[in-house]
Each structure stands twice: as C-alpha cells, then as structure tokens.
Design a protein around this ligand. Structure first.
Ligand SMILES: [Zn+2]
Length: 141
C-alpha cells in the first residue's frame, strides 16, 4: 500500500461536502502543517501528533476538524493497519486512494463530534465512518 497525501488542501471541496452531508451543525475544516504545533499555539490538548483532530471551541461551541496538510505513506500504512485489526478487515481495499483515505479520516473525526465519543471509542468512530462512506452509491458521488 503506497499512497500518500501531499496536500490535503486539494481535496477541500470534496471533504467539506462529505462532512456537511453527515453533520448536524456547521463544521469548520482547518488544514494545518502540523497539528501538535497548531494545538500548542491554541492551548488545545493534542495527544501526540495526530493526522487529524476534532475540536469544539470552548466559548462558541463551534465544531471543527483539524487536518494535517501532508501525511506520508508510512504514516498512512500504520493507520490503515490499525483500522484493519480494529474496525474493518477490508480497510486496505477501501482506503486505497488519498481521496478515500482522507474521507474516512475526516468522517472518523466527525464521529467523535456527532456522537460525543471520546478517545476510547476509536474503533466505533472508524466503523461509523465506513458506514457513512457506504451509504451513498458511488455513482452519486
Ligand atoms: Zn479518533
């Protein structure tokens, strides 16, 4: 599996449409070079340095998804390997392009927001994201 994301900004229109299709409220998509750096500058609490993160503004309650601009092949491989043993043995077949990988990644973060699920619910978030991806036939996308 050798896919990498060079600039997730290229997929912004598709990702924003995908998020909004399943979100109950407006979600801001923020693309940053490094999530740990971004979080440190915002006094947000990022665990380690994730490829994506769901955030809720403490004052306004606005929802946001922070996404890393570039994600290399080794990183994607380790994420897909985790999903494969956790939520979906077919993850490798489904998440085989930068587009599908990113769609799943942002829907995973949306699952945290929509369901109020914490970090202990990673497999549930992955499964929720796959469910949404399969709910619309490919020809309508
Ligand atoms: Zn998560």
């Amino acid at each position: 599996m050798h896919i990498d994301v060079v600039d997730s900004e290229c997929f912004r229109p598709m990702l924003e449409a995908e998020i909004q299709r399943y979100a109950q409220q407006r979600v801001d998509l923020l693309i940053v070079d490094d999530i740990a750096d971004w979080a440190a500058s915002r006094t947000e609490n990022a665990k380690g340095n994730p490829p994506a993160m769901a955030v809720t503004e403490s004052i306004t309650g606005r929802w946001g998804i922070v996404l890393r601009r570039a994600i290399d092949a080794a990183w994607i491989e380790s994420i897909v390997a985790r999903i494969e043993v956790g939520a979906n043995p077919d993850a490798r077949e489904v998440l085989c392009t930068p587009e599908t990988f990113l769609r799943h990644l942002v829907l995973h973060e949306l699952a945290h927001l929509e369901n109020g699920w914490g970090q202990e619910k990673e497999n549930d978030c992955d499964a929720w994201a796959f469910e949404k991806m399969q709910s619309i036939p490919a020809f309508e996308r």
